[in-house]
Ligand binder design. Structure first.
Ligand code: ZN
Length: 253
């Protein structure tokens, strides 16, 4: 293989030389945990039915209840999924103090489950493992909401403020989360190596972060099975399986 050990060696050297690695992950890192890549945030993950748009969810209680019905009757793949070798390698980087932040397009919570503290994980598309009130941000566990739904066949308003409860994902038509975007930008500016893992880098503004890193002069590494639009500006691209590649480079057995 022409793109074999030389590339892995080079990747490892970049990691060794770096002190503040930002890892940017997309769906590709989680396919090895059995989560299919629908290339879409929010409701698209849960169903092959037409996704529910944010404005419809907010405007109509019927739409909200339909959304919850889908949520509790649909695909439970995310809840069963476990972190894989790729997640473990990223977690090792963070644990050893070399990984400064993980910016993720995924909503599956697998970085946190792999042991990375919440404050190191920046979720651009939210999190599908819990829900929040859209008004006061009170957190609701899905297991509690499912009990409510099974009992009453509906999810009522927020118990604290009467607002609308929604899974903590960013739906179609919903604004990007400002705080997460700011944190992702700050982490990118402060990094000294930017590593993209399993993202096709076609969704903006998310794909702007590796571009920013490159503009600031930091090395950019892309690990993705398929070519991406940013391959031409990357210092190193590895079109390889993510788990084995990261495990080798980071030294996880
Ligand atoms: Zn509330």
């Amino acid at each position: 293989m022409t793109d074999g050990h030389d590339q892995l060696d080079r990747f490892q050297q970049l990691i060794v030389a770096a002190h503040r690695v930002v890892v940017f992950t997309g769906a590709g890192i989680s396919t090895e945990s059995g989560i299919p890549d629908f290339r879409s945030p929010g409701t698209g993950l849960w169903t092959k039915m037409k996704p529910i748009e944010f404005r419809d969810f907010v405007a109509s209680d019927d739409v909200r209840q339909e959304s919850w019905r889908r949520r509790f009757s649909g695909d439970r793949t995310i809840e069963r999924a476990k972190p894989n070798k790729g997640h473990e390698a990223v977690a090792k980087l963070v644990r050893e103090g070399k990984g400064s932040a993980v910016i993720t397009q995924n909503v599956d919570n697998l970085h946190q489950q792999s042991g990375i503290p919440d404050d190191k994980v920046i979720e651009l598309h939210g999190n599908a493992r819990y829900a929040t009130c859209l008004d006061c941000t009170l957190r609701y566990e899905l297991s509690d909401l499912e009990q409510e739904f099974l009992t009453t066949r509906r999810i009522g308003p927020c118990r604290r403020c009467g607002g609308i409860i929604k899974t903590a994902t960013i739906s179609f038509g919903q604004a990007m989360p400002e705080a997460a975007m700011r944190r992702a930008q700050a982490a990118t500016v402060a990094c000294d190596l930017f590593v993209v893992v399993g993202s096709s880098l076609v969704v903006y503004p998310a794909a702007g972060f590796p571009e920013l890193a490159k503009q600031l002069g930091y090395p950019l590494v892309i690990v993705n099975r398929e070519p991406t639009p940013l391959d031409p500006i990357a210092d190193l691209t590895l079109h390889r399986e993510i788990g084995p590649t990261l495990s080798w480079v980071v030294g996880v057995n």
